[in-house]
Design a protein around this ligand. Sequence first.
Ligand code: GAP
Length: 470
Amino acid sequence: MAAKKKQGPMDVIVALAKRRGFVMPTSEIYGGIGSSYDYGPLGIEMKRNISNLWWKEMVHKHDNIVGIDSAIIYHPKTWEASGHVDGFVDPLVDCKQCKTRFKADDLIEHVKNAKGVDEAPLNPAGDSLNADHPSYAQVPCPNCGNRGTLTPPRSFNLMFKTFMGPVEDSSNVVYLRPETAQGIYVDYPQVLNVSRVRPPFGIAQIGKAFRNEITPGNFIFRTREFEQMEMQYFIEPGKDLEAMEYWKEARMSFWRDTIGIKPENLRFHEHSSTELAHYAKSAFDIEYNFPMGWSEFEGIHNRTDFDLTRHQEYSGKDLRFFDDRTRERYIPYIVETSAGLNRGLLATLLDAYDEDEVDGQTRVVLRLDPKVAPITAAVFPLTKKDGLPEAALDIYKDLKRDFNIFYDETGNIGRRYRRQDEAGTPFCFTVDYQTLDDGTVTIRDRDTLEQAERLKPEDLAGILFNKLRS
Ligand code: GAP
C-alpha cells in the first residue's frame, strides 16, 4: 500500500458529502434555496459527535462552567443593547443597470484597478469607498461594465427580521438571533441565582444562529443558517488577558488533540484594530487551511464589560456581581470562545480526506478520529450462508446498545470495506468460518488495513469504549 497524503479539494468533498449523505442541498426537489444544506444520516452523526465532544470538554470537564439552551427569538431590545440593530451591517452597492448587488468591501480592489478612472474613489485610509469623490461615477460596474450606474454604499442589516404574532407592524418586529452569545448575557442573572458559580465561571450553549449573508458560499463555510458552540467566561475586571491566554490554548488543543485536525493546517490569526468587532478589545481566530485559503472557524474574543454594561443600561437591571468576600460590586468582564459547528465539521472532513492505492485501485478514505467518525464500527459476516449472518447479528445487536454500529451482509466483502473507508468507519469486525469454531472475529483497521488480530466478542465493547474516551 503506497499512501499518498492529499488534502481534499472542496469539490471532491462536496461530491462525497452528497453521495454518502453527510451534507446535501436542502429542499432539492424544488431546486434548493440560497446556500442552505441538510445533514444526512452520516453528517448528523458526525455533527453530533463534534458538538457532544465540545460539550463534554467545556461543560463536563470544567467545574465552573454550566450550560443553557436559550430561545432563538429574544426580546428585541436585546439587539439594540448589543449594538446589532445599528452596527451589524454590511455596506452594499447596487448597479442600477444590471441590478447586481456588491459588498462595498469587495469593490475596493476593483476601483483601485479600474481603467479610465482618474483617481480611486476611496476614503483617506484607503479601506472604504467614497461615493462623493468625483471619480466615483467613472467606475464601471464589475458585472455589466456600465459607468455611472453604481449607487453609493447603503447599509444592509444582516439580521433576519420577522413579526411575532399575527400583526405585521413595527411594534411586533423580532429578530432571529445572529449569535447565541446574547442569550447567555441576558440569562446571566438567572444562572447566578440557580447555580453556585461565581467569577471566574462560564456559561455554554450550542444552537442555531442566522445571518442574512450577502455572499454565502464555499459549501457550508458561509451559510445564512448555521450552528454556533459558544462559551462566555465571566471574570473579574483585569483578569481578561490571563483568561484569553488560557482559552486560546484550550480551544486550539480541542481541534488538534480531541477532534484530530493536523497541526500544520491550524493557526491563530490576531485581529488588527480595523478587523475587530464593535464589542471586542482583542480577538484571535483559529484558522484552518481551507482550499480557498486560511479562514476562521472559531474566534476567542475579549468582550470586556461591553455587553453586560449595555444590557444593564437598556434593561435598567443591576447586572453587577456582588463579591461577598470583598463586599464589592462589579460588572464582570467576558472572554468568549465562539466556534462554528458547521465550519468545524467542514475543516474536519477536508482534513480527514485521503486517497491511497490498495490492490492496484484508488481507495478514498476519511481518516476521522474514532470519536468523530459517524459509525464507530461495522460488523460483517464473510458470506451470507452457513450461520455466519446469525453470529454477526448477535455481535451487532450487543454492540449497538452502546455504540453506533453498522451491519452489512450484502455483496463482496472488499466492496463493503471500501464503503466504510469512505464513510470514515475506523473498525470493521468480520465473522468468518473460524468464528464458528472458536468464537473469535477479525478486526480490520481502516488506516493500517491490518486484519491479523482475532478478538473475542466479549472484548469488543471494551476496545471501542477505550477508543472513544477523550
Ligand atoms: N459571538 C461571536 C460571534 O458570533 P463571529 O466571529 O461572528 O463571532 C463565530 O462568529 C463563528 O461562527 C465563526 O468563527 C464561524 O465559525 C461561525 N459563523 C459565523 N458566521 C457564519 C456563517 N454565515 N456561516 C457559517 N458559520 C458562521
